[in-house]
Write a protein that binds this ligand. Structure first.
Ligand code: K1U
Ligand code: ZN
Length: 170
């Protein structure tokens, strides 16, 4: 297992569109193990392969309080979404310290492959629904700040670039 580097916004690689996984094999399971290790170490509730510069459709989530309900979704697809939407304050491990409100469907049904390559479906609401949609956006090259106004996004971009310059100078 390995702790992977999380790309920081505005790294252009965060906008790559991930490719479907053709076969769930030991190579993919090794990526999944590294994603979980990286997500738990960073104290996140989710992580997409895109965020660690792997452009394949793999996400991991664990929204449980005890941090004991790991879930892997390979080639996830939303097969149903509720008409009613909800606003949540989102964060992202690729934008530490940045939080803002995003409106998304309140409930979703997702179909995906598990780590054995078997298809399953889940109904998600609350934080799990928000997190799965946020991670699926990463696979499309979309970051939550893309939902904000260009004024807000440009301010965030400038703040992140300044922070990166300061880190590099140390
Ligand atoms: O970077 C990521 O994609 C992970 C991200 C997932 C997420 C959290 C909350 C709303 C939407 C998406 C995080 O884990 S952010 C950091 C975090 O630990 C957290 C933030 C809010 C609630 C719970 C946890
Ligand atoms: Zn994120």
């Amino acid at each position: 297992m390995a702790l992977l580097n999380i790309l920081q916004y505005p790294d252009p690689r965060l906008h790559n569109v991930a490719k479907p996984v053709a076969q769930v094999d030991d190579r993919v399971r090794a990526i999944v193990a590294d994603l979980f290790e990286t997500m738990y170490a960073a104290k996140g509730v989710g992580l997409a392969a895109t965020q660690v510069d792997i452009h394949e459709r793999i996400i991991v989530v664990d929204t449980s309080e005890q941090r004991d309900q790991p879930m892997v979704l390979i080639n996830p697809q939303i097969v149903e979404r509720s008409a009613d939407c909800k606003e949540w304050e989102e964060g992202c491990l690729s934008l530490p310290g940045v939080y803002d409100k995003v409106v998304r469907p309140d409930r979703i049904r997702v179909r995906a492959l598990d780590a054995r390559g078997e298809s399953f479906e889940i109904d998600a609401d609350g934080l799990l629904a928000v997190c799965v949609q946020h991670e699926m956006d990463h696979l499309e090259g979309k970051v939550f700040v893309d939902y904000l106004s260009s004024l807000k996004r440009n301010r965030i971009k400038a703040r992140m670039r300044k922070r990166q310059r300061e880190t590099e100078a140390v």
